[in-house]
Every structure is written in structure tokens, then in C-alpha cells.
Design a protein around this ligand. Structure first.
Ligand SMILES: [Zn+2]
Length: 73
């Protein structure tokens, strides 16, 4: 069985959901975060590695509290 879905978008960086990411290779959802880096834009870049097949992914997550108005001094 080949689970190659041709309808999947190859490069959709901005459309990365913050939760519920699924490995495009094996389809599992068990990831191990190897690196966390806060960006200046307020987002958090996380490098994750699939615990199943070792597929590396990069997610851009928006931390809670950034949706409101800026209250920084
Ligand atoms: Zn995988």
C-alpha cells in the first residue's frame, strides 16, 4: 500500500497548524522536540523529529498572549 497523497501541499510553511501535526512520512503524531527558538516576531520555532521514522520538521507556533494588543514597555 502506497500512501503517497498527491493532494498534499509540498511547501506550506505558513499553513502549519500549531497542534495536531502528523508526520507526512509515516503518519504518526509522536514527535520529539529537539530545538526551541523564540523568534523576534513573537513566534516560537521548534524543530521536531519523528520518533518513528526520524523525519525532521520545523513548526512555527504562536504562543498565547500574542493575539492581544502589545503591552510591552
Ligand atoms: Zn514519521
Amino acid at each position: 500500500m502506497n500512501d503517497i497523497s498527491d493532494s498534499s501541499s509540498p511547501q506550506s510553511k505558513a499553513a502549519e497548524p500549531p497542534r495536531g501535526i502528523v508526520c507526512p512520512r509515516c503518519g504518526c503524531c509522536h514527535f520529539r522536540t529537539t530545538h526551541t527558538e523564540p523568534l523576534r516576531s513573537g513566534r516560537i520555532r521548534r524543530r521536531k523529529v519523528c520518533r518513528h521514522c526520524g523525519r525532521r520538521m520545523v513548526t512555527y507556533e504562536l504562543p498565547p498572549g500574542m493575539a492581544g494588543p502589545d503591552r510591552y514597555m
